[in-house]
Design a protein around this ligand. Structure first.
Ligand code: DNO
Length: 356
């Protein structure tokens, strides 16, 4: 398991590379050019600049999260070919810079969705929260206003250029069923996976977060069966999944450890975090510890270990603790604690494995 840490870039993150370097066992940053709009080709000079910054701290840039997919591709519009060509060129450029894994998602309109970015927990920390009934009743525009006005940062998936087209997008998706979304993903994968293969890149599709339809929009990366289908659309080691325990874990019917065991050789990148799911379907992001949430992180780590996992992993969203001011979900402290929990489990399994 190769440990990484998400970093949003100079001036765009409260955390420095120097701080990341001091977290035990972190080898690389998980990064992106957050200022390049979805669909545009990434400029080489900007890629090289991030590489140079990371290398100064001995950190690699092996994992990119995310190269976002233009909505025209998800919608299957005739204009998609132009954006797919840009995507292919970006894959080639990233490979030339040494990147090994590219994470992306295929969620219509919204990326991850929450109703509260700073929900207070009993111990005084705050965390990302999803109130199911609220989303069922809410006008998506209301949510966008709330989320965008509550964060000092532009969050991935909530970029102004995406939000400015919200009305048109909702209109356009009215005609797209889940089945069509699968077909549009298949078209995209058949185009890009051969390019990824030639360039030794593993693509990792991220599950939908939360893993069910919201605001009537279709969502397909939601459960074990659908992930199996996505992986079989193009049967190649380059067509992989970014297995995110927290996203999938928001539906208690999902057994993430079982997915790790089934898809192990197609998981180039693991997101490992916990959520606590309530009976009414609400969920809150907790510490990474198994007993703090609903997702059995210990069992998931065991599944990775049993499978001989050698891919990249990162801790994921954490709570905001110790008064830290940071990007929602992306503080230093709780993710640092999360890493030590993951290492604690991993190292114990290694030791036990060697003894027996
Ligand atoms: C949120 C993240 C997502 C994720 C993308 C991957 O914090 O988990 O934005 O990066 O969905 O494409």
């Amino acid at each position: 398991m190769k440990m990484t840490f998400r970093w949003y870039g100079e001036g765009n993150d409260s955390i420095s590379l120097g701080q990341i370097k001091q977290i035990p066992g972190v080898e690389g940053i998980v990064w992106a050019l957050h200022d390049v709009p979805a669909g545009e080709e990434w400029p080489s000079d900007k890629i090289e600049a991030v590489k140079k910054q990371a290398e100064q701290y001995g950190l690699n840039i092996d994992v990119v999260e995310s190269v976002n997919v233009h909505e025209d591709i998800k919608l299957g519009l005739p204009t998609r070919d132009h954006y797919i060509e840009n995507y292919k060129r970006t894959i080639k450029k990233l490979a030339a810079a040494g990147v090994k894994v590219i994470c992306y998602n295929f969620m219509p309109v919204f990326d991850w969705t929450r109703t509260d970015l700073f929900k207070e927990m009993e111990d005084g920390s705050t965390a990302l929260f999803f109130e199911k009934a609220k989303v069922e009743d809410m006008d998506p525009f209301e949510l966008v206003d709330k989320i965008s006005s509550n964060s000092a940062y532009t969050m991935p998936g909530w970029e102004p250029e995406r939000l400015s087209k919200l009305k048109e997008l909702f209109e356009a998706y009215k005609n797209v069923s889940e089945e069509e979304l699968f077909q549009n993903l298949e078209y995209f994968l058949k185009e890009i996976i051969p390019v990824a293969e030639e360039n030794n890149i593993k693509m990792g599709i991220h599950p939908d977060d939360p893993p069910f339809s919201i605001f009537g929009l279709p969502r397909i990366m939601t459960n074990q069966q659908n992930i199996r289908r996505v992986l079989s659309l193009v049967d190649s080691p380059s067509n992989g999944v970014t297995l995110c325990s927290g996203s999938l874990g928001a539906n208690p019917d999902n057994n993430v450890a079982e997915m790790v065991r089934e898809f192990a050789d197609r998981i180039p990148f693991a997101h490992i975090r916990n959520v606590k799911v309530y009976e009414n379907g609400d969920f809150i992001e907790t510490s990474h510890r198994s007993s703090d949430g609903t997702v059995d992180i210990l069992e998931i780590m065991k599944a990775y270990h049993d499978s001989g996992f050698t891919g990249y992993a990162r801790p994921d969203h954490g709570r905001h603790i110790w008064g830290e001011e940071c990007r929602p979900g992306y503080g230093l402290y709780d993710r640092g604690l999360g890493i030590m929990y993951l290492w604690g489990i991993w190292d114990s399994l290694e030791r036990i494995g060697r003894v027996s």
